[in-house]
Ligand binder design. Structure first.
Ligand code: CA
Length: 336
């Protein structure tokens, strides 16, 4: 077919059992003309049940998904599964290897490359493979993110606000099975082409996460990712190792659905926060101030909230640039 992916693999998506292999993406280097770049992939399939696509490393500097999914693939045995898991722990592996958000090969953001194109740069080719080969197989799609180096977050499982109420209600139910402190409804304020947006548009039960930040990477955030994925799989009877039990503490449902909830730095410089994560905020309140690195003794530039709520996300690296999101404000959300 004219739109067939240029990516090849030895993985057989119809085969039962556990397969661990790679996607081979055509990619030449100066030292190797006939070359493929390998993206790790695993499939665990048994019996019958839904297909769940799990990805980490969409952004290379976000480690929770990468580690949680490597552990999951090593740990799970086919006998524990009813259905099919397709697992990509390092979706944007060039960025994972470099420890960067963007791919160092083509400079692109994987989470703005969907649905991608057949003959694209490496990031777009991977996105196209996911869009054209994997998403059609999937009933449930989970893309594990955190703030990486750029943002700090109160830990959440998240999604967009969707017009399809049945899909949205089911996504909130799936998100709530994780036991994360928050279920977060977000809006896109920095472009389109997100993996979750594309999967949502296909009607898939789609979840993302924002689990802390690179400096917060540790036991607590990893447990949310690992227990969350397993609990969700148990809820859907895909993981049969033990019965599903709802989380002891229900997640708080919150939303930042206005563009004004995402506060962008008015100038470049060092962002000094005035509030801690989870603090309540009034519209107009100063969230912090930005010190100029060129005029250190000039008055800092105030950064004000435009909406009221609680501080949910904050810039993760204090040296910020004009136009970068330095704060996210959320409010409680009720399903329609
Ligand atoms: Ca991310």
């Amino acid at each position: 077919m004219a739109n067939d992916s240029l990516i090849s693999t030895d993985i057989d998506y119809t085969q039962h059992g556990k397969q661990m292999g790679v996607l081979r993406v055509p990619q030449s280097f100066n030292t190797a003309g006939w070359a493929n770049y390998f993206i790790p992939i695993a499939v665990i399939q048994n019996g019958s049940g839904p297909t769940v696509l799990l990805s980490g490393g969409n952004h290379g500097d976000e480690y929770e998904g990468q580690v949680a999914l490597m552990n999951l693939v090593r740990e799970l045995q086919p006998e524990q599964v009813q259905g099919r898991l397709i697992v990509l722990p390092m979706l944007n592996r060039p960025a994972c290897v470099a420890g960067t958000r963007l791919s160092p090969i083509d400079g692109r953001n994987m989470n703005r490359a969907f649905p991608g194109q057949r003959n694209d740069t490496i990031t777009g080719m991977i996105a196209h493979y996911v869009s054209s080969v994997l998403l059609p197989l999937a009933d449930i799609v989970v893309d594990i993110h955190s703030g990486g180096r750029t943002l700090q977050f109160l830990p959440s499982v998240n999604m967009h606000e969707l017009a399809n109420k049945t899909q949205m209600d089911e996504m909130v139910r799936a998100a709530s099975s994780w036991g994360a402190p928050y279920v977060f409804i977000y809006a896109d304020v920095a472009g389109e082409g997100l993996l979750p947006s594309y999967a949502e548009s296909l009607g898939k039960i789609t979840l993302g996460t924002e689990l802390g930040s690179a400096p917060q990477f540790g036991v607590e955030m990893l447990q949310i990712a690992e227990n969350g994925v397993k609990n969700m799989l148990r809820m859907y009877d895909v993981l049969t190792d033990s019965p599903y039990t709802p989380p002891a503490v229900a997640s708080q449902l919150v939303a930042a659905t206005n563009a004004a909830d995402y506060v962008m730095a008015p100038v470049s410089g060092i962002f000094e926060p005035f509030l801690e994560m989870g603090d309540s905020v009034d519209a107009g309140q100063e969230l912090g101030q930005i010190h100029s690195t060129e005029m250190p003794f000039a008055p800092p530039s105030p950064v004000r909230a435009q909406t009221s709520g609680l501080l949910f996300g904050r810039c993760g690296f204090p040296l910020t640039q004009q136009g970068a999101c330095v704060a996210t404000i959320v409010r409680p959300y009720t399903l329609a």
